[in-house]
Design a protein. Structure first.
Length: 281
């Protein structure tokens, strides 16, 4: 999957990637348009980048009228990332998106809420996160996936994943960027190779302790090797984020390599082998 906010509106990827059948998570969409944070919004670090985009997006109405139809026509499987400042806002986004043709699924942004820091509503807390997921799930058809995206915070990952799974999330994305600071001190999120080991540890702990929870890994996936590391840690899928900013073909390369792996596994299964007692063919 293309990670939220890293594939632009989809149009930017078109010259580099066959969009037909591609799973793309949109940048996080709010009910009303957001102008975003002040420039510069990204800063290079020795092993990744810090970003402070501030949820720049055109708002739900404009997204439904322009970006979504284009993506659907291009054959993209569109997962809309939603972000709000209250349970009601998340639910309203889900309700309106449930009626929009071509929305394959939702991803709930629970790691970087809109207007963070409200005293009464802290969506990064597992209890509030679960309330959001339950409210979204009530508004969105049961046969379409709702992913809950969490921060790769080892101290809360298992608790958070359990809470959102019990509230009805189809799966968990681990994870979002790691809280960091821009060089000028503004809050931002660290992503890229620097966070891969942290995200891998979170994926490993959640999948080991909660085998029923399907986890999509994210954090510094820059090619087949890192993607395979997330799958080896127990993830059922991966997202490619910041790597797309310097090589937009990364998602196509990862996709092709994992499809080849799958084909090889199937061929091995069909050929049978003494090492696997389950093999019957
Ligand atoms: C420029 C940029 C914009 C992002 N925008 C969003 C966003 O709108 N919503 C969201 O949930 N995550 C957003 N993210 C976080 C990514 O989706 C991803 O979770 C994170 O960067 C870790 O993956 P990576 O190391 O492969 O980039 C953004 C990341 C970057 C670099």
């Amino acid at each position: 999957m293309v990670a939220s906010g890293c594939g632009g509106t989809g149009r930017e990827l078109a010259p580099y990637v066959d969009l037909d059948g591609l799973d793309l998570v949109t940048r996080s969409i709010t009910l009303d348009a957001r102008a975003g944070g002040a420039a510069p919004r990204v800063a290079e670090t020795p092993s990744g980048l810090v970003h402070a985009v501030g949820h720049q997006n055109p708002g739900l109405e404009h997204f439904l009228a322009t970006e979504l139809p284009w993506l659907v026509r291009a054959g993209v499987r569109v997962h809309v990332s939603v972000v709000g400042a209250s349970i009601g806002e998340y639910a309203e986004l889900a309700r309106r998106l449930s009626r929009a043709p071509g929305v394959a699924g939702l991803e709930i942004n629970l790691g970087s809420p809109d207007q963070a820091g409200e005293d009464l509503f802290e969506v990064r807390e597992p209890y509030h996160a679960a309330s959001v997921v339950a409210a979204v799930r009530r508004e969105f058809p049961a046969d379409r996936p709702v992913l809950a995206k969490l921060r790769p915070d080892l101290s809360r990952a298992v608790e958070g994943a359990r809470a959102v799974h019990d509230a009805g999330a189809s799966g968990v994305v681990l994870g979002d960027a790691v809280p960091a600071a821009m060089p000028d001190g503004r809050p931002g999120g660290l992503c890229g190779p620097a966070i891969t080991p942290v995200a891998l540890r979170c994926v490993r702990e959640v999948t080991a302790l909660l085998p029923d929870v399907e986890v999509v890994g994210a954090g510094g996936v820059d090619g087949p090797a890192t993607a395979r590391a997330f799958l080896a840690a127990g993830a059922v899928g991966v997202q490619v984020g910041a790597a797309l900013l310097h090589d937009p073909t990364t998602v196509a390369r990862v996709r092709a390599a994992l499809a080849d792996d799958l084909a090889d596994d199937l061929a091995d299964d069909l050929a049978g082998g003494p090492d696997d007692p389950e093999r019957t063919l």
